[in-house]
Write a protein that binds this ligand. Structure first.
Ligand code: AOS
Ligand code: ZN
Ligand code: ZN
Length: 424
Protein backbone atom coordinates (compact mmCIF):
# COMPACT_ATOMS: atom_id res chain seq x y z
CA UNK A 1 0.00 0.00 0.00
CA UNK A 2 1.00 3.58 -0.44
CA UNK A 3 0.11 6.73 1.46
CA UNK A 4 -0.99 9.47 -0.93
CA UNK A 5 0.09 13.10 -0.73
CA UNK A 6 -3.49 14.30 -0.35
CA UNK A 7 -3.90 12.09 2.75
CA UNK A 8 -0.86 13.74 4.33
CA UNK A 9 -2.11 17.18 3.35
CA UNK A 10 -5.58 16.55 4.83
CA UNK A 11 -4.04 15.28 8.07
CA UNK A 12 -1.65 18.25 8.25
CA UNK A 13 -4.38 20.80 7.67
CA UNK A 14 -6.42 19.26 10.50
CA UNK A 15 -3.48 19.62 12.88
CA UNK A 16 -2.15 22.87 11.48
CA UNK A 17 -3.54 25.37 13.98
CA UNK A 18 -2.37 23.35 16.94
CA UNK A 19 1.07 22.78 15.43
CA UNK A 20 1.47 26.46 14.49
CA UNK A 21 0.75 27.57 18.04
CA UNK A 22 3.26 25.13 19.52
CA UNK A 23 5.88 25.83 16.86
CA UNK A 24 5.65 29.62 17.21
CA UNK A 25 6.20 29.27 20.93
CA UNK A 26 9.14 26.85 20.53
CA UNK A 27 10.77 28.98 17.82
CA UNK A 28 10.53 32.04 20.05
CA UNK A 29 12.29 30.14 22.84
CA UNK A 30 14.98 28.49 20.71
CA UNK A 31 17.86 30.47 19.29
CA UNK A 32 18.85 29.31 15.80
CA UNK A 33 15.63 27.35 15.23
CA UNK A 34 15.91 27.77 11.45
CA UNK A 35 19.42 26.27 11.30
CA UNK A 36 18.32 23.36 13.47
CA UNK A 37 15.38 22.71 11.15
CA UNK A 38 17.63 22.75 8.08
CA UNK A 39 19.91 20.13 9.64
CA UNK A 40 16.99 17.98 10.74
CA UNK A 41 15.55 17.94 7.22
CA UNK A 42 18.82 16.50 5.87
CA UNK A 43 19.27 13.89 8.59
CA UNK A 44 18.23 10.37 7.58
CA UNK A 45 18.21 7.20 9.65
CA UNK A 46 18.47 3.84 7.88
CA UNK A 47 15.99 1.12 8.72
CA UNK A 48 17.31 -2.45 8.90
CA UNK A 49 15.57 -4.96 6.71
CA UNK A 50 15.21 -7.29 9.71
CA UNK A 51 13.24 -4.91 11.93
CA UNK A 52 9.97 -4.93 10.03
CA UNK A 53 8.62 -8.14 11.46
CA UNK A 54 7.77 -8.77 15.08
CA UNK A 55 10.84 -9.90 16.95
CA UNK A 56 10.98 -12.74 19.37
CA UNK A 57 12.91 -13.97 22.35
CA UNK A 58 14.26 -17.44 22.92
CA UNK A 59 10.98 -18.12 24.72
CA UNK A 60 8.66 -17.35 21.88
CA UNK A 61 7.44 -15.04 19.21
CA UNK A 62 4.04 -13.41 18.85
CA UNK A 63 3.37 -12.37 15.31
CA UNK A 64 1.58 -9.07 14.81
CA UNK A 65 0.17 -9.81 11.37
CA UNK A 66 0.75 -8.34 7.94
CA UNK A 67 4.50 -8.78 8.19
CA UNK A 68 6.44 -8.27 4.96
CA UNK A 69 7.05 -11.58 3.19
CA UNK A 70 9.96 -10.55 1.01
CA UNK A 71 12.39 -7.74 0.32
CA UNK A 72 9.93 -5.89 -1.89
CA UNK A 73 7.38 -5.77 0.94
CA UNK A 74 10.04 -4.71 3.42
CA UNK A 75 10.89 -1.82 1.12
CA UNK A 76 7.19 -1.03 0.87
CA UNK A 77 7.09 -0.79 4.68
CA UNK A 78 10.12 1.49 4.82
CA UNK A 79 8.54 3.53 2.02
CA UNK A 80 5.52 4.02 4.30
CA UNK A 81 7.73 5.13 7.17
CA UNK A 82 9.65 7.54 4.97
CA UNK A 83 6.46 8.96 3.51
CA UNK A 84 5.21 9.68 7.03
CA UNK A 85 8.36 11.07 8.63
CA UNK A 86 10.67 11.92 5.67
CA UNK A 87 13.63 10.82 7.83
CA UNK A 88 13.76 7.11 7.05
CA UNK A 89 15.10 7.31 3.53
CA UNK A 90 17.48 4.36 3.63
CA UNK A 91 17.44 0.60 4.06
CA UNK A 92 20.21 -1.52 5.55
CA UNK A 93 20.11 -4.95 3.94
CA UNK A 94 20.83 -8.20 5.62
CA UNK A 95 22.30 -11.05 3.59
CA UNK A 96 21.15 -13.82 3.22
CA UNK A 97 17.74 -12.95 4.72
CA UNK A 98 17.18 -10.35 2.00
CA UNK A 99 19.16 -11.24 -1.09
CA UNK A 100 18.09 -8.87 -3.86
CA UNK A 101 16.78 -10.97 -6.74
CA UNK A 102 16.24 -8.69 -9.68
CA UNK A 103 18.63 -5.79 -9.09
CA UNK A 104 17.01 -3.48 -11.64
CA UNK A 105 13.54 -3.87 -10.17
CA UNK A 106 14.80 -3.53 -6.57
CA UNK A 107 16.60 -0.33 -7.56
CA UNK A 108 13.47 0.95 -9.30
CA UNK A 109 11.44 0.23 -6.18
CA UNK A 110 14.01 2.08 -4.06
CA UNK A 111 13.74 5.07 -6.39
CA UNK A 112 9.94 4.96 -6.19
CA UNK A 113 10.06 5.01 -2.37
CA UNK A 114 13.02 7.47 -2.35
CA UNK A 115 15.24 5.03 -0.46
CA UNK A 116 19.01 4.70 -0.54
CA UNK A 117 20.92 1.52 0.27
CA UNK A 118 22.83 1.94 3.50
CA UNK A 119 25.43 -0.51 4.84
CA UNK A 120 24.97 -4.17 3.90
CA UNK A 121 25.16 -6.68 6.73
CA UNK A 122 26.73 -10.13 6.58
CA UNK A 123 25.58 -13.07 8.65
CA UNK A 124 27.99 -15.69 9.92
CA UNK A 125 26.14 -16.08 13.21
CA UNK A 126 23.74 -18.69 11.84
CA UNK A 127 24.10 -21.69 9.60
CA UNK A 128 22.16 -21.55 6.37
CA UNK A 129 20.60 -24.62 4.73
CA UNK A 130 23.07 -26.35 2.38
CA UNK A 131 26.04 -24.60 3.97
CA UNK A 132 29.15 -26.81 3.83
CA UNK A 133 30.61 -25.89 7.24
CA UNK A 134 29.00 -24.91 10.53
CA UNK A 135 29.64 -21.68 12.46
CA UNK A 136 28.84 -23.35 15.76
CA UNK A 137 32.35 -22.56 17.03
CA UNK A 138 32.81 -19.29 15.25
CA UNK A 139 33.30 -18.00 11.74
CA UNK A 140 36.17 -15.60 11.03
CA UNK A 141 37.94 -16.78 14.21
CA UNK A 142 37.42 -20.50 13.63
CA UNK A 143 40.30 -22.90 14.23
CA UNK A 144 39.43 -24.56 10.90
CA UNK A 145 40.75 -22.70 7.87
CA UNK A 146 37.99 -24.05 5.62
CA UNK A 147 35.34 -22.55 7.90
CA UNK A 148 37.12 -19.21 7.95
CA UNK A 149 37.34 -19.31 4.16
CA UNK A 150 33.62 -19.95 3.85
CA UNK A 151 32.88 -16.97 6.13
CA UNK A 152 35.28 -14.72 4.21
CA UNK A 153 33.67 -15.69 0.91
CA UNK A 154 30.22 -14.93 2.34
CA UNK A 155 31.35 -11.42 3.31
CA UNK A 156 32.80 -10.86 -0.16
CA UNK A 157 29.50 -12.03 -1.62
CA UNK A 158 27.70 -9.48 0.56
CA UNK A 159 29.99 -6.72 -0.72
CA UNK A 160 29.08 -7.72 -4.29
CA UNK A 161 25.35 -7.44 -3.53
CA UNK A 162 26.04 -4.03 -2.01
CA UNK A 163 27.97 -2.87 -5.07
CA UNK A 164 25.07 -3.92 -7.31
CA UNK A 165 22.69 -1.79 -5.25
CA UNK A 166 24.89 1.25 -4.79
CA UNK A 167 25.65 0.73 -1.11
CA UNK A 168 29.07 1.85 0.17
CA UNK A 169 29.64 0.06 3.46
CA UNK A 170 29.76 -3.42 4.94
CA UNK A 171 28.83 -4.03 8.57
CA UNK A 172 30.40 -7.08 10.14
CA UNK A 173 28.92 -8.27 13.39
CA UNK A 174 30.47 -11.49 14.64
CA UNK A 175 28.91 -13.81 17.19
CA UNK A 176 32.38 -15.37 17.48
CA UNK A 177 33.75 -16.00 20.93
CA UNK A 178 33.61 -18.73 23.55
CA UNK A 179 31.10 -19.86 26.11
CA UNK A 180 33.45 -21.56 28.56
CA UNK A 181 36.91 -20.73 29.90
CA UNK A 182 39.64 -22.62 28.08
CA UNK A 183 37.51 -23.21 24.98
CA UNK A 184 39.49 -20.74 22.94
CA UNK A 185 43.00 -19.44 22.60
CA UNK A 186 42.02 -15.77 22.71
CA UNK A 187 45.15 -14.49 21.00
CA UNK A 188 44.80 -16.97 18.15
CA UNK A 189 41.10 -16.19 17.82
CA UNK A 190 41.98 -12.51 17.47
CA UNK A 191 44.69 -13.22 14.90
CA UNK A 192 42.48 -15.53 12.84
CA UNK A 193 39.75 -12.89 12.89
CA UNK A 194 42.20 -10.19 11.84
CA UNK A 195 43.54 -12.24 8.94
CA UNK A 196 40.01 -13.05 7.81
CA UNK A 197 38.98 -9.41 8.04
CA UNK A 198 42.08 -8.43 6.07
CA UNK A 199 40.94 -10.63 3.18
CA UNK A 200 37.47 -9.07 3.32
CA UNK A 201 39.04 -5.61 3.49
CA UNK A 202 40.97 -6.34 0.29
CA UNK A 203 37.67 -6.92 -1.51
CA UNK A 204 36.26 -3.49 -0.58
CA UNK A 205 35.92 -0.99 -3.43
CA UNK A 206 37.98 2.17 -2.95
CA UNK A 207 35.17 4.37 -1.69
CA UNK A 208 33.74 1.72 0.67
CA UNK A 209 33.99 1.44 4.45
CA UNK A 210 33.84 -1.62 6.67
CA UNK A 211 32.21 -1.23 10.08
CA UNK A 212 33.43 -3.60 12.78
CA UNK A 213 30.62 -3.95 15.33
CA UNK A 214 31.45 -5.05 18.87
CA UNK A 215 29.31 -6.71 21.49
CA UNK A 216 30.11 -7.61 25.09
CA UNK A 217 28.34 -10.98 25.22
CA UNK A 218 25.60 -13.08 23.63
CA UNK A 219 25.37 -15.53 21.99
CA UNK A 220 28.70 -16.44 23.54
CA UNK A 221 28.74 -15.97 27.30
CA UNK A 222 32.39 -16.17 28.32
CA UNK A 223 34.30 -14.19 25.69
CA UNK A 224 33.41 -12.33 22.53
CA UNK A 225 36.19 -11.92 20.00
CA UNK A 226 35.13 -8.38 19.13
CA UNK A 227 33.86 -7.72 22.63
CA UNK A 228 34.26 -4.00 23.16
CA UNK A 229 35.25 -0.76 21.48
CA UNK A 230 38.93 -1.31 22.30
CA UNK A 231 39.00 -4.60 20.44
CA UNK A 232 37.03 -3.17 17.54
CA UNK A 233 39.40 -0.20 17.38
CA UNK A 234 42.40 -2.57 17.36
CA UNK A 235 40.93 -4.36 14.35
CA UNK A 236 40.00 -1.10 12.61
CA UNK A 237 43.48 0.37 13.15
CA UNK A 238 45.23 -2.76 11.94
CA UNK A 239 42.96 -3.08 8.90
CA UNK A 240 43.47 0.42 7.55
CA UNK A 241 41.73 3.67 6.65
CA UNK A 242 38.55 2.08 5.30
CA UNK A 243 37.85 0.28 8.59
CA UNK A 244 35.84 1.85 11.40
CA UNK A 245 34.20 0.94 14.67
CA UNK A 246 30.42 0.66 14.81
CA UNK A 247 28.68 1.43 18.09
CA UNK A 248 25.47 -0.44 18.86
CA UNK A 249 23.94 1.18 21.93
CA UNK A 250 22.91 -2.17 23.42
CA UNK A 251 26.30 -3.84 23.19
CA UNK A 252 27.99 -2.62 26.36
CA UNK A 253 28.34 -3.91 29.87
CA UNK A 254 25.93 -2.22 32.31
CA UNK A 255 26.50 1.49 32.92
CA UNK A 256 29.25 1.86 30.30
CA UNK A 257 29.78 5.49 29.43
CA UNK A 258 28.83 5.31 25.76
CA UNK A 259 29.10 9.06 25.23
CA UNK A 260 32.75 8.93 26.25
CA UNK A 261 33.39 6.00 23.90
CA UNK A 262 31.81 7.96 21.07
CA UNK A 263 33.86 11.07 21.86
CA UNK A 264 37.16 9.18 21.78
CA UNK A 265 36.39 7.16 18.67
CA UNK A 266 35.47 10.37 16.88
CA UNK A 267 38.66 12.00 18.09
CA UNK A 268 40.61 9.12 16.55
CA UNK A 269 38.67 9.39 13.28
CA UNK A 270 37.56 5.79 13.76
CA UNK A 271 33.84 6.07 14.53
CA UNK A 272 32.03 4.75 11.48
CA UNK A 273 28.44 4.10 12.32
CA UNK A 274 25.67 3.62 14.81
CA UNK A 275 23.05 1.07 15.66
CA UNK A 276 20.36 2.84 17.65
CA UNK A 277 18.16 1.05 20.16
CA UNK A 278 17.56 1.19 23.89
CA UNK A 279 17.87 -1.21 26.76
CA UNK A 280 17.45 -1.65 30.45
CA UNK A 281 19.65 -4.70 30.93
CA UNK A 282 21.49 -6.03 27.89
CA UNK A 283 21.10 -6.07 24.13
CA UNK A 284 17.37 -5.59 24.59
CA UNK A 285 16.89 -3.87 21.21
CA UNK A 286 14.01 -1.75 22.54
CA UNK A 287 12.66 1.43 20.98
CA UNK A 288 15.37 4.10 20.84
CA UNK A 289 14.87 6.67 23.60
CA UNK A 290 12.24 4.60 25.42
CA UNK A 291 14.35 3.88 28.51
CA UNK A 292 17.28 6.31 28.66
CA UNK A 293 16.49 9.43 26.65
CA UNK A 294 19.01 11.53 28.60
CA UNK A 295 21.80 9.14 27.66
CA UNK A 296 20.72 9.38 24.02
CA UNK A 297 20.93 13.15 24.23
CA UNK A 298 24.38 12.98 25.87
CA UNK A 299 25.58 10.69 23.08
CA UNK A 300 24.29 13.11 20.44
CA UNK A 301 25.88 15.94 22.35
CA UNK A 302 29.28 14.26 21.93
CA UNK A 303 28.51 13.36 18.32
CA UNK A 304 27.69 16.94 17.36
CA UNK A 305 30.65 18.35 19.28
CA UNK A 306 33.07 15.76 17.90
CA UNK A 307 31.82 15.89 14.32
CA UNK A 308 31.95 19.69 14.29
CA UNK A 309 35.50 19.56 15.66
CA UNK A 310 36.48 17.42 12.66
CA UNK A 311 34.40 19.40 10.15
CA UNK A 312 32.22 16.38 9.40
CA UNK A 313 28.83 16.58 7.74
CA UNK A 314 26.27 15.39 10.30
CA UNK A 315 24.02 13.73 7.75
CA UNK A 316 26.65 11.85 5.75
CA UNK A 317 29.72 11.66 7.99
CA UNK A 318 28.60 8.54 9.87
CA UNK A 319 26.31 5.60 9.13
CA UNK A 320 23.09 6.14 11.12
CA UNK A 321 20.98 3.06 11.57
CA UNK A 322 18.37 1.61 13.85
CA UNK A 323 18.94 -1.93 15.08
CA UNK A 324 15.89 -3.04 16.97
CA UNK A 325 13.66 -6.02 17.24
CA UNK A 326 10.66 -6.03 19.48
CA UNK A 327 8.10 -8.38 20.80
CA UNK A 328 4.99 -6.47 21.61
CA UNK A 329 4.63 -3.41 19.37
CA UNK A 330 3.61 -2.92 15.78
CA UNK A 331 7.13 -2.76 14.22
CA UNK A 332 6.25 0.24 12.05
CA UNK A 333 4.88 2.24 14.97
CA UNK A 334 7.97 1.29 16.96
CA UNK A 335 10.26 2.49 14.18
CA UNK A 336 8.35 5.78 13.92
CA UNK A 337 8.91 6.26 17.65
CA UNK A 338 12.62 5.41 17.35
CA UNK A 339 13.24 7.82 14.49
CA UNK A 340 11.35 10.55 16.35
CA UNK A 341 13.48 10.00 19.47
CA UNK A 342 16.68 10.17 17.39
CA UNK A 343 15.59 13.40 15.69
CA UNK A 344 14.68 14.90 19.05
CA UNK A 345 18.02 13.99 20.64
CA UNK A 346 19.85 15.35 17.59
CA UNK A 347 17.85 18.60 17.71
CA UNK A 348 18.61 18.97 21.42
CA UNK A 349 22.32 18.40 20.81
CA UNK A 350 22.26 21.09 18.11
CA UNK A 351 20.73 23.47 20.63
CA UNK A 352 23.46 23.10 23.27
CA UNK A 353 25.16 26.43 23.83
CA UNK A 354 28.69 25.19 23.02
CA UNK A 355 30.37 28.49 23.79
CA UNK A 356 28.77 28.75 27.22
CA UNK A 357 29.55 25.10 27.94
CA UNK A 358 33.20 25.51 26.93
CA UNK A 359 33.47 28.57 29.18
CA UNK A 360 31.87 26.77 32.11
CA UNK A 361 34.20 23.79 31.52
CA UNK A 362 37.24 26.10 31.38
CA UNK A 363 36.24 27.50 34.77
CA UNK A 364 35.43 24.04 36.14
CA UNK A 365 31.98 25.41 36.94
CA UNK A 366 30.39 22.01 37.35
CA UNK A 367 26.98 23.34 38.34
CA UNK A 368 26.80 25.60 35.29
CA UNK A 369 27.86 22.71 33.01
CA UNK A 370 24.99 20.60 34.32
CA UNK A 371 22.55 23.52 34.08
CA UNK A 372 23.45 24.02 30.41
CA UNK A 373 23.07 20.36 29.44
CA UNK A 374 19.96 19.64 31.46
CA UNK A 375 18.38 22.96 30.54
CA UNK A 376 18.76 22.00 26.89
CA UNK A 377 17.53 18.46 27.44
CA UNK A 378 14.41 19.77 29.17
CA UNK A 379 13.57 22.20 26.38
CA UNK A 380 10.61 20.85 24.46
CA UNK A 381 11.74 20.65 20.81
CA UNK A 382 8.98 18.38 19.56
CA UNK A 383 7.36 21.19 17.57
CA UNK A 384 10.71 22.02 15.96
CA UNK A 385 11.15 18.39 14.90
CA UNK A 386 7.55 18.36 13.61
CA UNK A 387 8.15 21.55 11.64
CA UNK A 388 11.21 19.97 9.97
CA UNK A 389 9.09 16.96 9.07
CA UNK A 390 6.33 19.17 7.65
CA UNK A 391 8.76 21.18 5.56
CA UNK A 392 10.14 17.93 4.14
CA UNK A 393 6.60 16.88 3.16
CA UNK A 394 5.88 14.50 6.04
CA UNK A 395 3.00 14.19 8.49
CA UNK A 396 2.48 16.42 11.51
CA UNK A 397 1.83 13.36 13.64
CA UNK A 398 3.05 10.21 11.87
CA UNK A 399 1.69 7.68 14.36
CA UNK A 400 -1.75 9.33 14.41
CA UNK A 401 -1.93 9.30 10.62
CA UNK A 402 -0.67 5.71 10.50
CA UNK A 403 -3.49 4.71 12.81
CA UNK A 404 -6.14 6.92 11.18
CA UNK A 405 -5.34 5.40 7.78
CA UNK A 406 -5.49 1.90 9.31
CA UNK A 407 -2.19 1.03 7.68
CA UNK A 408 -1.62 -2.17 9.67
CA UNK A 409 -5.16 -3.39 8.99
CA UNK A 410 -4.60 -2.82 5.28
CA UNK A 411 -1.26 -4.62 5.35
CA UNK A 412 -2.92 -7.55 7.10
CA UNK A 413 -5.71 -7.70 4.53
CA UNK A 414 -3.18 -7.55 1.68
CA UNK A 415 -0.56 -9.91 3.10
CA UNK A 416 -2.42 -12.04 5.59
CA UNK A 417 -2.47 -12.38 9.35
CA UNK A 418 0.08 -15.14 9.75
CA UNK A 419 2.94 -13.94 7.57
CA UNK A 420 6.49 -14.21 8.88
CA UNK A 421 9.28 -11.81 8.00
CA UNK A 422 12.84 -13.08 7.86
CA UNK A 423 14.86 -11.46 10.58
CA UNK A 424 15.52 -11.59 14.29
C1 AOS B 1 23.56 -8.30 17.07
O1 AOS B 1 23.36 -8.30 18.30
C2 AOS B 1 23.89 -7.10 16.36
O2 AOS B 1 23.27 -5.99 16.96
C3 AOS B 1 23.74 -7.01 14.86
O3 AOS B 1 24.06 -5.71 14.46
C4 AOS B 1 22.39 -7.22 14.25
O4 AOS B 1 21.36 -7.24 15.15
C5 AOS B 1 22.46 -8.40 13.39
O5 AOS B 1 23.60 -8.32 12.58
C6 AOS B 1 21.27 -8.58 12.47
O6 AOS B 1 21.72 -8.88 11.28
ZN1 ZN C 1 23.69 -4.08 15.95
ZN1 ZN D 1 22.64 -6.31 18.96
Amino acid sequence: MQIENYQIEEHNSQLQADHRRRFDFAASEVPGAEQIIEKLVKFQVAIPSWALGTGGTRFGRFSGGGEPRNLEEKMEDIGLLHKLNRSSGAISLHIPWDIPGNIASIKALAAQYELKFDAVNSNTFQDQPNQAHSYKFGSLQNVDKAIRKQAIEHNIEVIKHGIDLGSDALTVWLADGSTFPGQLNMRKAFQNTLESLQEIYEALPDHWKVFVEYKAYEPNFYSTTVGDWGQSLLFANKLGPKAYTLVDLGHHLPNANIEQIVALLLMEGKLGGFHFNDSKYGDDDLTTGSIKPYQLFLIFNELVEGMDARGMDHATGLGWMIDASHNVKDPLEDLLQSVEAIMLAYAQALLVDRKALAEAQAESDVVRCQEILQGTFRTDLRAIVAEARLRAGGAANPIKLYRDLKVREKLISGRGLKTVATGL
